[in-house]
Design a protein around this ligand. Sequence first.
Ligand code: CAA
Length: 313
Amino acid sequence: MCIVNIALIYINNLVNQKALGMSTIETVGVIGAGQMGNGIAHVCALAGYNVLLNDVSQDRIDAAVNVISKNLTRQVSKEVISQQDMDLALERIGSGLPLDRLSEADIVIEAATEKEDIKAQIFRDVTPYLKDSAILATNTSSISITRLASASDRPERFVGVHFMNPVPVMKLVEIIRGLATSQETYDTSAQFVDKLGKTLTNSEDFPAFIVNRILMPMINEAVYTLYEGVGSVESIDTSMKLGANHPMGPLMLADFIGLDTCLSIMQVLHDGLADTKYRPCPLLVKYVEAGWLGRKTNRGFYDYRGENPVPTR
Ligand code: CAA
C-alpha cells in the first residue's frame, strides 16, 4: 500500500473518530510491569502505540523490558513479526517513572496485583497527573469495575479492559463497563482493542466477568480433585489435556496464572455471589500461604527449579 493511501486511511479514521465523539489514542500508560503489564506493553508497542511503563522501581521496568525483548525475539524467530517490527516496538517503550510522566498518556491501563486496596490507591495516586480526556482502564480479572471507578475522579472515563495471559498470544480481550462508563469511553476502548489485533467480548460488570467466572471454578475443582485424592497432579493435568483438549492441564495453568491470583478471583466470586460452590479449595489457600505461587516463585503444583517441571504432590 502506498504512503498516500496510508495517510488517507489515517485522516479518514481521525474524521470518523471525531464524528463518533471518540478520542484518539497515541500514548498508552501501563501501571504494573509484571506478567500482564509487560504483555500489554508488548502488544501496544507492536501495534504502533507509544508506551510508558510504570512500576514501583526502574529495576522492575528494566526487567519487564528484558522479558518483552525475549518474547519479541521469539516472535521474530517464529516469523510472526520482522526484526524491524521488533526494533520499532522496543523504541516505543519508555519509562513511566515518575508517575507524572503519565500526563502524556491518552489511556492508562492499570495491571497491578489483584488486590482492591492496592488498585484503589494507584487510582488515587495517578489521577492528579492525568489529562482530563484520558481514559483510565483496569486489567482486573474479577473486581467490580463500578467500585474501582468510584476510587477515581472519572467514573465516566473508566473501563475494564481484561487481557488474557500470555497477552502476545491470546486473542481475547474482555471489555467491561462500569455503571457510569460513557458510550464514548466504550467506543474508544473497543477501537483501541481492535487496533491491537485482538477480538473483544463484552461482559457485564459481575464478579470475575465471563472468562474467569467459568475458568476459575474449573481450576478450583481441579485443586479439590487433587485435595480429595481423586487423582495425582499428573493424572489430573493429563486427563484434561488429552481428555478435553486443553492446551495445558488446569494445575499447570493455575501455576501459569499465579496461585495468588487464582485464590483472589475465587474469593471475589465467593464474596460477590455468596454461593458455596465458589468456596476456594483449602489446598489452594495452603499453597498461597506457603508462598508457592506457581511459575513466578518457581514452585506451585509443580517445581520449576530443574530442567523439567516436577509435581510437588
Ligand atoms: N510471547 C510471545 N509469544 C509467546 C509467548 C509470549 N509470552 N508465550 C508463548 N508464545 C508463543 C510461542 O512462540 C509459540 O508460537 P508458535 O505457535 O508461532 O510456535 C506459541 O506461543 C506456543 O508456545 P510454545 O510452543 O512455547 O508452548 P505451547 O504450545 O505449550 O503454548 C501457551 C504455550 C500458548 C501458553 C499454551 O500452553 C496455552 O494456550 N495455554 C493456555 C493459556 C490460557 O488458558 N490462558 C488464559 C489464562 S486465563 C487469563 O489469563 C485470565 C486471567 O485473568 C487469569
